[in-house]
Design a protein around this ligand. Structure first.
Ligand code: SAM
Length: 264
């Protein structure tokens, strides 16, 4: 893939990536790959602040938990796929003894911010992080080159998530762990009702306003969560991709789920 270039359009110059009627079947949309990239290009600059505010800073705790459950050993190599602005990549540098952490994403503006944030880190953290533009469904890495592959809030956005999971299996060494963080739906009915109301009616308005977004990103977000794979279906995807010892844990009453599987 060519090196990323920063898209110069401001959010209010962007064409909508999604129109309302497309959101009913967004995972089946054959243009999802390009639409998702256009959307993240549009919201990249305000992505972090929207994440913090709308998760009440829980997103940082969820990523830290993913790093700890990956059980990284000193000297191991980690791939943070669909790394976006690099928060999970940085969490691996801070909270694990990984030797080398590669953050990869296919959206230039998200990677641009990740690289900018890397420059501000202490030298010891910075030296262990590298960013690369790549499509999760076609990774430019050798077979068996990582000990951990992680993807946070990314798998739902990939055009063909099962193809990406087969790629993750390919680039992991035997014994390697695939960590997935993804939004879910709380099983406790009042919490589920509140979460649906918050994500469906409040967050799309406030996040769109903060991002000055016209791409439709924050209408897409709740619809993409409720129509994505359930926790059981994610377990099945892990197994079909060849992973074993599949484990998952609901976080914050199931607003988010953390998954782990081992490549035999
Ligand atoms: C919700 S953001 C998550 C970013 C980051 N992992 C985090 O924890 O904040 C989803 C990311 O997935 C990326 N993405 C979606 N489809 C992708 C693909 N096929 N290949 C690589 N990245 C992809 C988007 O560019 C975006 O940066």
């Amino acid at each position: 893939m060519p090196e990323p270039t920063l898209q110069t359009q401001t959010p209010d110059q962007q064409e909508p990536a999604w129109v309302d009627r497309e959101l009913d079947s967004l995972h089946e949309n054959s243009d999802k790959h390009e639409k998702v990239r256009a959307m993240f290009n549009a919201i990249a600059r305000s992505y972090d602040i929207n994440n913090r505010l709308h998760s009440l800073w829980r997103d940082e705790a969820w990523r830290k938990r993913a790093v700890l459950e990956a059980r990284v050993q000193p000297g191991e190599a980690v791939l943070d796929c669909a790394c976006g602005t690099g928060d999970l990549t940085q969490a691996f540098a801070r909270f694990s003894k990984a030797d080398h952490i590669v953050g990869s994403d296919y959206t230039p503006n998200m990677l641009e911010i990740a690289r900018h944030k890397r420059e501000k880190l202490h030298e010891q953290l910075k030296a262990r992080i590298e960013y690369q533009q790549a499509d999760a469904q076609q990774l430019p890495f050798e077979d068996e080159s990582f000990d951990v592959v992680a993807i946070a809030f990314g798998i739902r956005n990939v055009q063909d998530p099962d193809k990406a999971m087969r790629e993750f299996h390919r680039v992991l060494r035997p014994g390697g762990r695939l960590m997935i963080l993804e939004f879910g739906q709380p099983s406790f009915p009042p919490m589920r009702w509140f979460n649906n109301f918050y994500c469906g009616s409040i967050m799309p308005r406030t996040a769109t306003w903060i991002a000055r977004d016209t791409s439709g990103a924050y209408k897409y977000l709740p619809r993409s969560v409720t129509s994505f794979k359930t926790r059981d279906e994610m377990h099945q995807s892990y197994t079909e991709a060849g992973f074993q010892e599949v484990w998952s844990k609901p976080l914050t009453l199931g607003i988010c789920n953390l998954f782990r599987g081992i490549r035999p």
